[in-house]
Design a protein around this ligand. Structure first.
Ligand code: URA
Length: 211
């Protein structure tokens, strides 16, 4: 498993605003959108591409285009939905699948309540959008799901990660090799309710309110 912490002043600036409890929902949503685009830029460095010959108005030249099959972007409902437009801004031709995974607040285990993805993901590069890598339960279930269906590799984009979550993902799926986590920061720890400390609170609630 590869972990990439994107160190950039704009990433740190936007993350600080997200952490601030005074940031309201509309501002929070915009910041997530912008931050994901910055993370997506780094997360897509390994995207599959091919050489292509083209003609400019001046001369023939060689460029690149994204390989087929196109990547698939998988926001984890509900909070991952807030990351979708920031991602598709960079990858407008990607297909989008959905996984609904929820944390059981008692057991902290991931429960699947919705899924809209092809059964066969052979050769696909998958980008999972999951804002908070806390215990790792949701992400492990998502990565297992995608690799079991033949995904070529899985890159998870997380706004924030906890050391416990990274260790859990490494232990559960790290041996499957082609897994990358891209995040803006690794925080101190989880608290006894499974929240990242200092974190930014409940990402879903801050995006969409407490519903
Ligand atoms: N999910 C969140 O939204 N926030 C946390 O801190 C942990 C899990």
């Amino acid at each position: 498993m590869h972990v990439l912490i994107v160190e950039h002043p704009l990433v740190a600036h936007k993350l600080t605003l997200l952490r601030d409890e005074r940031t309201d929902s509309p501002t929070f949503r915009n910041l997530v959108d912008e931050l994901v685009t910055l993370l997506a830029y780094e997360a897509t460095r390994g995207i599959a591409f091919e050489q292509r010959s083209i003609q400019t108005p001046v001369a023939p030249t060689c460029g690149v285009h994204l390989s087929l099959p196109l990547p698939i972007v998988v926001p984890i409902l509900r909070a991952g939905l807030g990351m979708l437009s920031g991602m598709t801004r960079l990858l407008p031709t990607a297909e989008v699948g959905f996984l609904g995974l929820q944390r059981d607040e008692e057991t902290l285990q991931a429960i699947t309540y919705a899924n809209r993805l092809p059964d066969d993901l052979s050769g696909r590069q998958c980008f999972v959008l999951d804002p908070m890598l806390a215990t790792g339960g949701t992400l492990i279930a998502s990565i297992d799901y995608l690799l079991d269906r033949g995904a070529r590799d899985v890159t998870a984009i997380c706004l924030l990660a906890a050391p416990e979550g990274l260790a859990a993902v490494e232990a559960a799926v790290g041996h499957r090799g082609n897994v990358t986590i891209v995040t803006s920061a690794v925080d101190e720890r989880l608290n006894d309710r499974g929240y990242i400390v200092p974190g930014l609170g409940d990402a879903g609630d801050r995006l969409y309110g407490v519903v």
